[in-house]
Design a protein around this ligand. Sequence first.
Ligand SMILES: [Zn+2]
Length: 374
Amino acid sequence: MLRFEIQAACPVTGARAGILRTAHGDVQTPVFMPVGTQATVKGILPRQLLEDLDAQIILANTYHLFLRPGHETVRKLGGLHRFMNWPRAILTDSGGFQVFSLNGLRKIGEDGVLFRSHLNGDAYMFTPESTIDAQLALGSDVMMVLDECLEYPASHEAARVSMERTIRWARAGYAHFLKKTKGDDACFPIVQGSTFGDLRRDCAERLSALDAPGYAIGGLSVGEPRALSLEMAEISASALPREKPRYVMGVGMPDELAQYVARGIDMMDCVLPSRNARNGYLFTSQGRVIIKQAQYKEDARPLDPSCSCYTCRNFSRAYLRHLFLAGEMTFSTLATLHNLRRYLDIMREIRQAIILGQFPELLKAVSLPERDAS
Ligand SMILES: [Zn+2]
């Protein structure tokens, strides 16, 4: 069973530092989870995730693994940890978010969602029960229930109807999980309610009755203003049990991480650091570096002089720019290593500040929007 211990809490904000104990090791929170969509963090070896980044938990996408290679195939090969040779914790989503992103390829009913594979057009159905079965087959440490993800903007009535369905699906999925679990994993219900505070609060309070070991907050970062995402995260978190971990799905920019933590969030994930890395958009302690720019052509400095990642210890901006322009695979690896390291370092600094009672000062210092590095 997943356990969560709060080690320190900020008396001024809602920030907390804790430890999530999983069957595949401890996770220090607040934590940023690198995204390994297809059972790999693109461009990075598991060895680098362990040794260079010291990542304690990563995320994998059930939708993609359900379609290819198939969750039953992964189960036969010993589960996802063995399949991808990742010894530490894995969190999986339910697949719902991807399915709801398939415009025109899906149909929602009370039993679940019917969709067509983006790979070959084959029809499948995700139900609250089947998505749990798929995640159990993968051997995930932290699973998610199926939820309905609404587009932004949505009307209050549409958001209410959708939230009610999400609650029914959460109850069905969680009951199914309790029947099937062997006891060393966990399943999180997901708070929805679009951008309406009353719906968010209502959803969080009713899901709390399930007494799950943790809760996710979904449906954010779908096009709404950033201030609204933060407000919805705060309202949702404040209506969830204090002693359980809270996970906001799919956020955010580096300057937003501390903002979410300040609102009582313990876990986050986002494709931004890895996707932007491959596109040559790098996050540094001095601001962003768009590596293709001519100003870096003969720049012998490390990407980020204050970063101790493998990339920054060994290579110049000029070399990284050269690799990027030449379309070399090595660029993606070096850039992803750095961007993920930047995110994990920010979270480690935040955690340290909470423990030392210095989080409010850090929050003020780090919450400036990204600017260009000099
Ligand atoms: Zn670096």
